[in-house]
Design a protein around this ligand. Structure first.
Ligand SMILES: Cc1cc2nc3c(=O)[nH]c(=O)nc-3n(C[C@H](O)[C@H](O)[C@H](O)COP(=O)(O)OP(=O)(O)OC[C@H]3O[C@@H](n4cnc5c(N)ncnc54)[C@H](O)[C@@H]3O)c2cc1C
Length: 434
């Protein structure tokens, strides 16, 4: 241990973990005595605000994600699954390797940053684990895009019409009227309607889009006037809004709702709930609502040298309420943690995290959106344009920005791509001599 470098271990390559690593990389560029190690399940950083654009074929599948290695050249990256954290022994168990080579490593650390995010929760509702699609990661967006295209293909067949399956195949139900749900449904509605001309047996009236939301108004994070604007716009397009309603369960036939109705569908998208990362429950420290309770300097008070941020941390604001779990908070927390890790390492004052939400924006399809920035409200095309401009600026790396701009530009000229993203390899034959 004596000749080992001081190790800063970051768990999670999402908004929080990545921005902590970026800042540390910059500040410790010439440090010979410190190594920064980032462990994450995927080898890329997902820009979640644009995931619905992948699901709806607005941008290419990989254009909203960035390889961690291209962002963090001076950080040791380890792709693996964090299986256990031992705060007393100051070690983290990380599993990796495929097939028989699957094994685990114990990584020790001097300072630890926990940024493992949250996990989709189906709250034990019957059938959801089998039949619902989450919308949280790149793989989810790709799976959703594939599902919608597969359903359009099948719905277009005569068998679907004669078998009476067409309407279930052409129905999309999204559960959750927050940002992710509204943006996903708005984008899928555009995608499906614009694709209809390639499916001659399907009419616009065959498509059914439903948003199920337990609250009285959609987009509750925004000013109610913006929520009302979005609701009216979606309703005017024929999107059904089931407000004050919950999903009770799902089956191969459809979705059961709390109002006693069942909507026949093959596509249920679940954006109605997340829960803190399951690993957090194993940690012997204080929690609030399952999230790690940290102080304003983002430290776990009982465990010196351990920090937490983003969706997996409960961070008190100056009024003692938790900061919301958003990307704009997580990335700024990452920078504060990096400064505090350095203050601990090199000496200096640690700083408290303090941030007021600058703005919130959502697209609702048809080149319209809603936005609230510095207390000002925007809606319609202007809000959509602001959404695109602001998120494009925030998407990391010039290469990906350019690719997204090209996708958006080509989208003005060409119709949406209907190719299913195939992951299965081609069929092969086993027998017979050549
Ligand atoms: C569809 C969608 C749209 C959103 N839109 C917006 C938006 O417009 N604006 C906004 O501010 N916020 C938005 N958010 C919220 C935002 O994405 C989160 O608040 C933010 O990502 C939280 O950052 P984080 O670092 O805490 O977690 P995450 O970004 O989720 O990162 C967690 C990381 O931990 C890794 N990980 C998890 N478990 C393990 C494990 N066991 N082993 C190894 N690695 C692991 C994951 O792979 C991931 O890299 C959106 C979220 C979603 C799902």
């Amino acid at each position: 241990m004596a000749d080992r470098k001081h190790r800063i271990l970051i768990l999670g390559g999402g908004f929080g973990g990545l921005h902590a690593a970026l800042r540390l990389q910059q500040r410790l560029a010439r440090a010979e005595d410190v190594e920064i190690v980032l462990v994450s399940r995927e080898n890329f950083f997902s820009f979640t605000p644009m995931l619905h654009e992948v699901a709806a074929s607005d941008v290419d599948l990989t254009h909203v994600v960035n390889p961690v290695r291209k962002l963090l050249r001076q950080v040791r990256f380890f792709q693996g699954d964090v299986e256990a954290i031992d705060l007393a022994a100051r070690t983290v168990r990380v599993a990796h390797g495929s097939g028989p080579a699957h094994h685990a490593h114990e990584l020790d650390y001097d300072q630890l940053v926990i940024g493992l995010g949250s996990t989709t929760n189906y709250y034990g509702l019957p059938g959801l684990a089998e039949h619902a699609l989450p919308m949280k990661a790149l793989g989810d967006a790709i799976a959703l895009r594939n599902r919608v295209i597969a359903c359009l293909e099948e719905a277009d067949t005569e068998c679907a019409q004669h078998g009476g399956h067409r309407s279930a195949l052409a129905t999309v139900v999204v559960a959750g009227g927050g940002f992710a749900g509204v943006e996903t449904l708005g984008a899928l509605d555009d995608f499906a309607r614009q694709s209809l001309r390639f499916y001659p047996n399907l009419a616009p009236s065959d498509l059914r889009m439903v948003l199920v939301h337990s609250g009285d108004e959609i987009l509750p994070e925004l000013d109610p006037r913006l929520g009302a604007y979005a609701r009216k716009k979606l309703a005017a397009r024929g999107i059904e809004l089931r407000l004050g309603t919950r999903v009770r369960g799902a089956s191969a036939a459809g979705v059961e709702l709390s109002d006693g109705t069942t909507i026949p569908t093959r596509t249920l998208v679940w954006t109605a709930g997340t829960t803190p990362h399951p690993l957090l429950a194993t940690l012997p420290c204080k929690k609030e609502g399952g999230r790690l309770l940290v102080n304003e300097r983002l430290e776990l008070p009982e465990w010196p040298g351990v920090f937490a941020l983003g969706d997996c941390a409960w961070i008190p604001d100056p009024q003692g309420k938790p900061y919301p779990p958003t990307a704009q908070h997580a990335l700024r927390q990452g920078r504060v943690i990096a400064d505090n890790v350095l203050a601990e390492l090199r000496g200096g004052e640690k700083r408290a995290f303090s941030f007021r939400t600058i703005g919130q924006l959502a697209t609702i399809g048809r080149r319209a959106g809603v936005a609230q920035i510095f207390g000002l409200r925007f809606s319609g095309f202007v809000a959509w344009w602001l959404w695109r401009t602001i998120y494009l600026a925030k998407l990391p790396r010039a290469e990906k920005k350019l690719r997204v701009v090209l996708d958006w530009t080509l989208d003005l000229v060409f119709s949406k791509d209907l190719v299913q993203f195939a992951t299965a390899t081609s069929p092969t034959l086993r027998g017979g001599p050549p």
